[in-house]
Design a protein around this ligand. Structure first.
Ligand code: EPU
Length: 337
């Protein structure tokens, strides 16, 4: 267990925000984690995974606990499937690449998503028509108060769009230590129906793609649209795509006949927040070092030395503009501290 004081968190959050942690602890094993919890730190912990879905607006007064528990293994194999477990500190994308090297299908559409394994279930990460919940079997977690380990099945996680029980009922009560996935050994399902993937594969002359081809296509597409946090600080989509009623949609279509939307139920539709922000003329907008990304308006970026407060002010400005123009409330997808 490595402990330091007044530690800069700049390299621990993908927005690259320079705030300090009063105390910073890096945890390498589940035993170390239990040890730390035993020492009565429980009321005063700030759990940090890959730091890819957070905006830090101030110094953190609590003990920042960096979960760096590494490891992955095969739990069992059946005729068609393999059950694999990855521990919380494993990098998400590196894990996906490992599954693809082994030709296990299921996670290819989730290639190049920033962050770590342990935080992936919290917001049920998703991209290109696939969500974590589709291959998720269970996750192990430690109760911060009682130190008991328990497992959550997919059903118990209550997954929704960028949502789970860990953002609601049991928020802040558990630390996820590992996740088990069920992946396919053969008869892979190729999911390219999300427009851009099909187009990309056709453009590359691939008519019968493998899961590895799908992954490579997604990596290329993401690299074209989404800024690399190592080059330009960001936290992926800053806002969730809002869900509006069929009635509201009807009104919007009159004014904006080209508005993209996906029906989520009989009476509701999801609108891409990126499109709304783009339409509002804010794509590429910049205030100091805080900006709206020039290729994907859903992503806010830090050009270098923006503070978390400056990014937050920009986010609020975006919300206000979207409310005025479209009467839609945008809800942040990232966690703001
Ligand atoms: N659009 C614009 N202008 C923009 C951005 C988007 O007009 O600046 C339009 C696009 O043309 C398209 C639509 O909005 O018609 C949707 O855009 P895109 O396909 O890029 O997807 P998204 O809805 O913006 C979501 C996820 C992403 C995920 C992609 C691909 C959310 C909040 N975001 O973005 O997730 O990678 O789909 O599946 O659901 C993340 O969560 O960090 C993230 C990047």
């Amino acid at each position: 267990m490595n402990i330091s004081r007044n530690t800069s968190l700049k390299s621990y959050n993908t927005f690259g925000i320079d705030v300090n942690a009063k105390q910073f602890i890096s945890i390498n094993t589940i035993d170390e984690l239990k040890e730390l919890l035993k020492q009565n730190y429980s009321g005063d912990l700030f759990i940090l995974g890959g730091g890819s879905n957070m905006l830090l607006t101030k110094d953190i007064d609590a003990t920042v606990t960096h979960i760096n528990i590494l490891g992955k293994r095969i739990l069992r194999k059946t005729k068609n499937s393999v059950y694999v477990e990855a521990l919380a500190g494993e990098n998400w994308h590196q894990f996906v690449l490992w599954t693809l090297e082994n030709n296990w299908g299921g996670l290819e559409n989730l290639s190049l998503i920033p962050g770590n394994i342990g935080t992936a279930p919290i917001q049920n990460i998703g991209a290109y028509g696939v969500e974590l919940k589709d291959t998720f079997v269970s996750c192990d977690a430690i109760d911060i108060q009682t130190l008991e380990s328990r497992s959550f099945t997919a059903e118990e996680c209550e997954f929704g769009y960028r949502n789970s029980i860990f953002k609601n009922k049991v928020k802040g009560k558990y630390i996820i230590t590992g996740v088990t996935f069920k992946l396919k050994k053969k008869n892979h399902e190729i999911r390219t129906n999300y427009g851009a993937i099909d187009e990309f594969l056709k453009g590359s002359g691939i008519s019968d793609p493998t899961i590895q081809d799908v992954s490579k296509a997604i990596i290329k597409i993401r690299q074209q649209k989404l800024p690399d946090p190592r080059v330009l600080g960001n936290s992926g989509s800053f806002f969730k795509n809002p869900v509006i009623s069929a009635e509201e949609l009807t009104h919007l279509i009159i004014e904006y006949p080209e508005i993209p939307y996906y029906k989520v139920s009989e009476n509701e539709a999801k609108i891409p927040a990126g499109w709304l922000i783009d339409q509002a003329g804010l794509k590429g907008y910049r205030e100091g070092d805080a900006g709206v990304h020039k290729n994907q308006a859903l992503v806010l970026v830090n050009y270098g030395n923006a503070s978390g407060k400056e990014i937050l002010l920009l986010a609020q400005k975006v919300q206000k503009k979207i409310k005025e123009q479209f009467h839609i409330d945008l809800e942040p997808e990232v966690n703001i501290f």
